[in-house]
Design a protein around this ligand. Structure first.
Ligand code: SF4
Ligand code: SF4
Length: 405
């Protein structure tokens, strides 16, 4: 796909988010994937919260079809994950209005997140507490509910951030007021170290962490998750399908696409859930067919021969194409740019096909660490420890020519 077609397509995506975000669509079930009988669904306990949840939950993030929420519930999904930050609040609104309309609120678990922009992260000042509380109150209004089941401090990247005393105070007050039941942190940093810290401090009930086949050799991360689960923390896995949120590996570059081929989503999801310290996964599907495919694993996590073959062939390429947010590239950039966040921007733009999220992610970066910095580099000289072609991805981001008001 050339750039013009891509920009047209992403323009259409944005228009859909704005105009048809709340529109219904008739469910059209794929015949290919079996239905899972409710009594066969595998449930796991979300750590010390005691919540019992099916192993497959819904990452609502990119979805904008209310009927998909209803059909997910019909199939057996009981936990829905959203955030203030997704679709600029429209995602929470769509979820809240749908659950309210169909009187499903009391039958499901709602997870939402409060995000602090990168520019607010060094605000270790009392006023961040009020910002956090106000954002969450807005989320409750959009979700049309008095409380959520899980409130997440979104995308902590350092131990200091996840222990910000003003965030902890905000979470403590909100819990005392009955505005949420269980607190959590989602991670985008040195996740093993962040998880160990959560376990040692004991404040957060739940940890949301990126986990997929690209982490197959990361025993440090796997050990940290296992120990946290043993200590009573619920573990929710995100990005389980290696950033194939748009349900295809839509790399900007033809050679990368060919090397990976078509993604086998059930194989990747089963691989994650075969780690039984993961309580549930939140694949971010956007169509009825994808729902059926994801939920088809909820009663049987054993690989088929085809799934095993896919993982044998593709796991190395996937590991070399997925940014694990380890930050080990940062020192190789003469400007010490925030490359992990730039790579998340790339993933949202080119792999999730979610330009609004890409724009918001880039916009939230301090200017000295954003794309503006890269414009002065003729060619990117930064090096990824896992062989991602950073130069190609930075050039692809520059082409999008983000304009912020
Ligand atoms: S680009 Fe590579 S080195 Fe940098 S954070 Fe991502 S995986 Fe790590
Ligand atoms: S283009 Fe330059 S500033 Fe941007 S990440 Fe690469 S080396 Fe760093």
């Amino acid at each position: 796909m050339d750039r013009r077609k891509f920009l047209t397509r992403t323009g259409q995506s944005l228009a859909l988010l704005n105009v048809a975000g709340l529109a219904s669509a008739a469910p059209t079930l794929s015949k290919e994937y079996k239905n899972v009988a409710p009594e066969d669904i595998i449930y796991r306990t979300l750590g010390r919260t005691g919540l019992q949840v099916p192993v497959v939950s819904m990452g609502v993030m990119n979805a904008n079809i209310p009927g998909l929420i209803v059909r997910s519930y019909d199939k057996g999904i009981r936990l829905f994950d959203t955030a203030w930050y997704y679709q600029n609040g429209m995602n929470e609104k769509m979820l809240g209005e749908t659950l309210d309309k169909h009187k499903l609120r009391d039958d499901v678990k709602i997870v939402t997140k409060v995000y602090l922009k990168e520019t607010e992260r060094d605000l270790y000042q009392p006023e961040i507490k009020a910002v956090f509380i106000e954002r969450f109150e807005e989320s409750l209004r959009r979700l049309k509910t008095d409380y959520v089941d899980v409130l997440i401090y979104h995308a902590a990247s350092t131990i200091e951030e996840q222990n910000n005393p003003f965030i902890i105070e905000a979470l403590t007050e909100l819990k005392a007021a009955g505005k949420y039941k269980h607190c959590a942190v989602s991670l985008h940093g040195d996740d093993a170290a962040l998880i160990d810290d959560v376990r040692e401090k004991g404040f957060y009930d739940i940890i949301m962490v990126m986990f997929n086949i690209a982490y197959a050799d990361d025993l440090r991360l796997q050990t940290a998750m296992q120990k946290a689960a043993e200590a009573g923390h619920g573990i929710i896995a995100m990005k389980t399908q290696c950033g194939g949120g748009g349900y295809m590996w839509w790399e900007k570059h033809e050679d990368s696409r060919q090397s990976i081929g078509t993604l086998n989503h059930t194989a990747m999801l089963k691989w994650v859930l075969q780690h039984d310290y993961i309580a549930t996964a939140i694949p971010g599907y956007t169509t009825y067919e994808q729902l059926d495919e994801n939920f088809s694993v909820a009663d049987n996590l054993a690989f088929t021969t085809q799934e095993r073959d896919f993982l044998d062939k593709a796991h190395v390429q996937l590991a070399q194409s997925f940014c694990v947010q380890c930050s080990q590239c940062v020192n190789s950039c003469p400007h010490r740019n925030d490359i992990p966040t730039l790579m998340r921007t790339y993933m949202y733009a080119y792999q999730y096909d979610n330009m609004q999220q890409a724009l918001a992610t880039e916009k939230a970066m301090p200017r000295k660490y954003g794309l503006a910095n890269c414009k002065d580099c003729g060619q990117c000289s930064a090096q990824c420890k896992r062989s991602l072609n950073l130069s190609q991805r930075i050039e692809a981001l520059k082409e999008l020519n983000f304009q912020h008001a």
